[in-house]
Write a protein that binds this ligand. Structure first.
Ligand code: PLP
Length: 468
């Protein structure tokens, strides 16, 4: 009898283990992909200890394309990151303006986890409902009618560059389409986008006989006269057109506010002039919203700050809240791509789009734009209040919403990188934007108390550096 009872208990036990095992991995012969998913368990504040990280081993195998800070992030929660030694950092870098919902946002975790369980990638040979949903959200939030999905900002700009060329060749009769961009801009690291980038340092030693990709011209940012002159020079009169063999302005492409170039907003006058020139010539006005888009400026899209519609805009960074995704969005009038004209294997896959949709939904739930405007005002006011405390240190505080730059005086004795390093030492992350500008691009959900903490920490760093 006792043996019978033991055997029965063993059987019950093994069945329970089987059930648990099946649920644990989420695969079951009985469960269809549409079976309700198990309740997600909240991410633990600190994952189990990992073997010590070895930077030397990393540097041996990873290409040194970055000058890295000596920081190993272990995990994040909200607007804070924690390093492998348990030190806490207020994150005002947000993965370079990317982690708009902060870290470990439950809604993003849930959306990505659930999508991963259903299907994460199928290719664009088939319909992807999540992609359609995200395209609809992009269209509803902007002046665009359509979206093309890719994986990064550079790719989104590549798509825009190709679209502009196709538009100029097929609709304007151009043989040599020219895209005008601004000096000091930043548009990415592919060959065409470093050429679009109006900064020689990114192009150095990547030329072919000293030449980059053909068909780009540059003007100083916010210089209306130079822009008009450039358009006239490219399009010219009859003889000019004859001798220039089909050169035509295809697009004017610019950031609504230059990010990497030092947090410099475009003037509305400049944007309006660009719009008028495009209207007069048939060229496309294209906004690079990779850094300024997705609410960063306090408007959903940076071009809205100027009250001027664009024909094309690009987005990436915050679109997936840290999950890689990019998009090029355009008006129907600029929609010159057909099947086979452009593509991306990963672009807009179910996983990335689930992330994008979760981010967009969270924006609505949290009224993120209102927070960006309130916290941006608070941050700029707090930083400006430091100007009087540290005379000769801060030249200017500028920016929109939660993309804020603090420019240091040339003669203050230290550079933006020194401030960034001191802040890191004191538990706060920021990013330089050029040699003299400290950039604040925190998660868009940052709280009032966290902004106060950022201002206090920045003041403390200036105090130490200016005392040297
Ligand atoms: N465009 C702008 C305005 C950017 O700020 C960046 C990146 O910083 C890019 C394009 C390139 O984006 P990605 O690094 O995702 O290719």
């Amino acid at each position: 009898m006792a043996r019978l009872l033991t055997a029965f208990l063993l059987l019950v036990n093994s069945l329970t283990a089987f059930e648990l095992g099946v649920r644990g991995v989420g695969i079951s012969a009985r469960s269809s992909p549409r079976t309700p998913l198990p309740q997600l368990v909240a991410t633990p504040a600190k994952p189990a200890a990992k073997p010590a990280f070895d930077p030397a081993a990393f540097d041996k195998v990873v290409m040194k394309t970055y000058g890295r800070f000596s920081l190993v992030v272990s995990h994040g929660q909200g607007c804070y990151l924690f390093d492998d030694k348990g030190k806490k950092y207020l994150d005002c870098a947000a993965g370079i303006a990317t982690c708009c919902l902060g870290h470990a946002d439950e809604r993003l975790i849930k959306a990505v986890t659930e999508q991963m369980r259903e299907v994460n990638h199928v290719s664009n040979l088939y319909y992807i409902p999540q992609q359609g949903e995200l395209a609809q959200r992009l269209v509803d939030s902007s002046c665009a009618d359509r979206a093309f999905f890719c994986n990064s900002g550079a790719e989104a700009n590549e798509a825009a560059i190709k679209l502009a060329r196709r538009h100029a060749i097929t609709k304007l009769g151009a043989k040599r389409p020219v895209i005008i961009t601004a000096l000091n801009s930043f548009h990415g690291r592919t060959l065409a986008t470093i050429t679009a980038t109006g900064q020689a340092k990114y192009q150095k030693n990547f030329g072919y006989g000293g030449k980059m990709v053909e068909g780009f011209e540059y003007v100083p940012y916010n210089d209306v006269a130079a822009l008009k002159k450039m358009v006239a020079k490219i399009n010219g009169g009859f003889f000019s057109r004859l001798f220039r063999r089909g050169r035509k302005v295809a697009a004017i492409m610019m950031e609504p506010l230059q990010g990497e170039g030092g947090i410099t907003p475009a003037t509305t006058e400049f944007y309006r002039a660009a719009r008028e020139l495009c209207d007069a010539t048939g060229a496309l006005l294209m906004a690079d919203e990779v850094q300024t888009g997705m609410g960063r400026t306090g408007e959903f899209w940076g071009y809205m700050k100027h009250g001027i519609e664009v024909d094309v805009f690009t987005t990436a960074k915050a679109l997936g809240g840290g999950v890689p995704i990019g998009a090029m969005c355009c008006k129907e009038s600029a929609n010159v791509f057909g099947p086979g004209d452009h593509a991306s294997t990963f672009g807009g896959n179910p996983l990335a789009c689930a992330a994008g949709n979760a981010v967009m939904k969270a924006f609505e739930e949290d009224n993120v734009l209102a927070n960006v405007n309130a916290r941006g005002e608070q941050l700029r006011a707090g930083l400006r209040a430091l100007v009087a405390t540290y005379p000769g240190v801060i030249k200017e505080v500028r920016g929109w919403g939660l993309i804020v730059g603090c420019e240091l005086e040339e003669a203050c004795g230290f550079a933006a990188a020194d401030v960034v390093a001191k802040l890191m030492e004191n538990g706060m992350l920021t990013v330089p934007a050029g040699p003299r500008v400290v950039r604040f691009v925190p998660p868009l959900v940052i709280s009032e108390a966290e902004v106060n903490e950022a201002i206090d920490k920045f003041g403390a760093a200036l105090k130490i550096l200016s005392a040297k």
